[in-house]
Ligand binder design. Structure first.
Ligand code: GDP
Length: 455
């Protein structure tokens, strides 16, 4: 994709430093090279050069690097000028570069955006570059590098390949009459469904076990009214963020709080208590809580432990059943609150694959155990082959997988091939948004505007 503007930016940090680097990319880069260097340097070679002003006097000496299109990061002609890192020299050089027609300052992330638009990298890799720059730990660096090398994209591309083959099988059959269709057609469809299902499950598994989500982990607190949800938010965030009363229905909307639990950043969301209510506002609050569950990483389901064990079982089982129809991969932990009123032990118990943690949000007993447990879940991930994922990717996989399950259900019920073709095309578009093969300009702008200038 040819862009008419040539872009330029200082890629090193502004301010005094030993070296300052300016990058120029676009169709007029040759003109910039001739204007500043008097010639086009040898491709991919470090050339010691004089940087000239309009009177051909020397502005600075430095290294010039020339990467002709399409063998450059952006896929366009790129010139890099490495001069002395004086803000004054950098400023004079930039002015000189920008005096070339149709050359302007690059917007944040615009070099990455051009690399993406020219098919040099996919969207996951472009985001990995930004993640790499913003990494704060060694494992974040490794995970970003893995994503940049295409480790995550590989799984998505394979999924798309299988999906496209399925679509070809389906679309080609639409043009034939029933008699002409291969008698094994149902088997072919079943086979394709099976293959796609396996690939979706594999991706969900690696997202759960091997991905570091760059944004804060989203932990949602839900449960019946008066179980102690707001008290739990308050004690985790160490201040009285939510109003606590013994009046059911006090929290009606979502309350978000960003907290740091032993060095691990998370967003905790307190919600309206789940129960049958006629109160219009409470109803909206409960619906919002269910909507938010879809995009959360972890649910803390709070139960008042002073109610009978049978009631606890009933509430937890009903919740598990319902939540699985919303979000299949979300982690669920049951928090048995108000343990201070009982003589039971504090701590974690595992019952049928679920963890139950006894605490008191009033006295703070068991809270340290809960915090350590939350951090442990994050740290338990297999360290080798970790990659970085953004919430956008996780959400898009969830969305496309639930569409896939719906498509399968509809197929089994109606055996309607046109409907199946439509659904597969929608799933293709949803997955395509992850790598950027189907992406609106609006989404691209949102993604690249968060990058830094010069990237
Ligand atoms: P929510 O409706 O689930 O958000 O519940 P709240 O946090 O508002 O608490 C409901 C009532 O239970 C309040 O009166 C709290 O003081 C009380 N409460 C909350 N946690 C505990 C606890 O661990 N022990 C005891 N004894 N009372 C609690």
């Amino acid at each position: 994709m040819i862009q008419k503007d040539t872009i330029a930016a200082q890629v090193t940090y502004p301010g005094k430093s030993s070296v300052g680097i300016i990058r120029i990319s676009g169709i007029n880069t040759k003109k910039v090279a001739i204007k500043i260097l008097g010639k086009i340097p040898k491709p991919r070679f470090a050339t010691y050069s004089k940087f000239l002003n309009e009177n051909n006097q020397i502005l600075d000496h430095g290294i010039s690097l020339w990467f002709p299109a399409p063998f450059s990061f952006t896929g366009e002609d790129i010139l890099e000028l490495q001069g002395h890192g004086s803000p004054f020299i950098m400023d004079l050089l930039m002015k000189r570069i920008l005096s070339v027609k149709n050359t302007r300052l690059a917007k944040p992330g615009e070099f990455c955006e051009r690399a993406f638009l020219n098919g040099k990298i996919d969207l996951i890799q472009a985001e990995a570059i930004d993640d790499l720059i913003n990494s704060e730990t060694e494992s974040m660096v490794k995970a970003s590098l893995n994503s940049l090398q295409g480790n995550f994209s590989y799984y998505i591309h394979n999924l798309v390949k299988t999906l496209i083959k399925f679509r070809v099988d389906i679309e080609s059959s639409i043009d034939f009459s029933e008699e002409e269709i291969n008698f094994n057609f149902d088997d072919i469809i079943d086979n394709n469904f099976q293959k796609l299902n396996n690939q979706f499950s594999k991706i969900q598994k690696i997202i759960t076990n091997k991905s570091i989500v760059r944004e804060a982990k989203k932990i949602i607190i839900v449960g019946p009214p008066n179980a102690g949800k707001s008290s739990l938010l308050n004690i985790l965030s160490s201040y009285n963020r939510a109003i606590v009363t013994n009046i059911p229905g006090t929290t009606r909307d979502l309350i978000h709080e960003h907290i740091n639990i032993n060095g691990f950043l998370c967003e905790i969301i307190d919600t309206a208590g789940f129960h049958d209510t006629q109160d219009k506002i409470e109803k909206i609050g409960i619906n919002r809580a269910w909507e938010t569950i879809k995009t959360s990483d972890h649910i803390l389901f709070v139960i008042d432990k002073t109610i009978s064990v049978e009631s606890q079982r009933k509430i937890s089982n009903e919740f598990i059943k319902k939540v699985r129809s919303y979000n299949n991969s979300i982690q669920i932990t049951f928090v048995l609150n108000k343990n201070d009123l009982l003589k039971d032990d504090f701590g974690v118990k595992k019952i049928e694959n679920f963890n139950f943690i006894s605490i008191s949000a009033l006295t703070g007993q068991g809270i340290d155990t809960l915090k350590k447990y939350l951090v442990k879940i994050e740290n338990n991930k297999e360290k080798e082959g970790l990659f970085i994922a953004r919430r956008r990717h996780v959400h898009q996989i969830e969305l496309s997988y639930s569409q896939f399950l719906k498509a399968k259900q509809h197929w089994l019920k109606y055996k309607n091939i046109e409907l199946l073709a439509e659904s597969l095309s929608l799933i293709n578009r949803l997955i395509g948004e992850i790598t950027g093969s189907f992406t609106s300009n609006d989404l691209l702008n949102r993604i690249f505007s968060t990058f830094c200038i010069g990237k």
